[in-house]
Ligand binder design. Structure first.
Ligand code: MG
Length: 391
């Protein structure tokens, strides 16, 4: 039994958390995962997400998703699925809201560029950076660095991790969040769910933002069976949606149907997997194969949609042009701060001065750049180089 009778036996139970790295007395009215969620919402890194890119750069338009609205959509999808599966909604919400905290400015382009800059210094992985943010970089408490979150939230935040980084984490924190990558085990159901909710959210909103930007058309989306099914069903039920002026409503209705269907698919497929595996508790989940997922047909269609977005949106010449410039900004910033650490914000300049060795100094520079919003990075770049790459 879990401490909350509404939760299934395989849900993460805050009363049985593996705890925090620094022991703290329980809160009088909130569970440990509610507390994690609250700490994340009040963090500086969370507020920065509003000015960080998902696909489109932050200054390209006010209606595009940012990392903040993306994270809220992931939390919404995750919570609705979690409630049906009777797993822990508070934990799902905490992980969802924190999952992108380590993202650099300029989305994947920024992260790839920073990874390239850090190649000689241990590399840069955004999931690991999200963990660094909540474990080290937030400075809010007198007694410790970071937000001191529970093991279960940190486990969910560290969605992927290379073997080399997992070994390093394991050395610092034996039996901690790096261990599962070495044992090739799964995380909690709540963490598995956040992963999938992330994918459902960005597939849907990238269609929406893609069409809004004019880089994708509804006609092109006829090639995507997963989307086309809901578009035709919507038009069959509401013939007025065929009219040109109803295109935005048609797009919204098709996406809404697609999201609902994917949510129901995950709930059904996961319930079947749980029924077959019958995990006795949250630890049995970690030893079992992945249990949260789409049905096989939905998985195939979702992958097809992903491929479509890759070819037609993420690789669109206009997006590629912008991401090429964003990469250059990150590389220039990295070179400038490595050459002159004093050009960083005073707290980072001081950390760089105290850092021992080139790797540690480069890591301070990477932490500083990773924390930047798109517009702060663009401004810093203009200040340091005198060039305007992103106007
Ligand atoms: Mg995400």
């Amino acid at each position: 039994m879990t401490s909350n009778p509404l939760l299934a036996p395989y849900a993460c139970d805050p009363a049985r958390s593996r705890g925090r790295r620094h022991a703290q007395a329980p809160a009088p009215t909130r569970t440990e995962y509610q507390r994690d969620r609250d700490r994340i919402v009040h963090s500086t890194a969370f507020r920065r997400l509003v000015y960080k890119t998902q696909v489109f750069l932050n200054h390209e338009g006010d209606l595009f998703r940012t990392r903040l609205t993306h994270s809220l959509e992931v939390a919404q999808l995750g919570r609705s699925i979690a409630r049906s599966l009777r797993i822990n909604e508070d934990l799902v919400e905490a992980i969802s809201l924190a999952h992108d905290l380590g993202h650099t400015p300029f989305g994947h382009a920024g992260q790839d560029a920073l990874h390239g800059c850090m190649a000689e210094h241990g590399g840069f992985e955004h999931n690991l950076q999200s963990l660094r943010v909540v474990d080290l970089l937030e400075d809010r408490y007198p007694a410790f660095d970071g937000l001191n979150l529970t093991f279960e939230t940190r486990e969910g935040i560290l969605k992927h991790c290379s073997q080399a980084h997992a070994r390093a984490l394991e050395a610092q924190e034996p039996g901690g969040v790096g261990q599962r990558f070495l044992l090739r085990q799964q995380p909690s159901l709540e963490a598995q769910l956040c992963n999938l909710a992330d994918e459902i959210a960005y597939n849907a909103h990238d269609i929406d933002d893609g069409v809004r930007s004019g880089l994708l058309t509804l006609a092109q989306l006829r090639d995507v069976p997963l989307f086309d099914r809901y578009r035709s069903a919507a038009q069959a039920e509401y013939p007025a949606l065929r009219e040109p002026r109803a295109q935005r409503r048609l797009l919204n209705e098709a996406i809404r149907r697609m999201l609902s269907d994917q949510v129901y698919d995950v709930i059904d497929a996961t319930q079947r997997a749980l029924h077959d595996a019958r995990p006795a508790d949250a630890d049995a989940v970690r030893a079992a194969p992945a249990l949260v997922g789409f049905s096989a047909p939905m998985r195939a269609q979702s992958q097809e949609l992903k491929r479509f977005l890759f070819r037609n949106l993420y690789r669109h010449p206009q997006v590629m042009d912008m991401t090429g410039r964003a990469r250059q900004v990150v590389r220039d910033l990295f070179a400038a701060y490595v050459a002159d650490p004093g050009a960083m914000k005073p707290s980072f300049a001081a950390s760089a001065q105290a850092a021992e060795g080139a790797d540690a100094r480069a890591r301070v520079v990477a932490d500083f750049i990773a924390g930047m919003t798109d517009r702060y990075a663009a401004r810093e770049h203009a200040r340091l180089t005198g060039r305007q790459l992103l106007a």
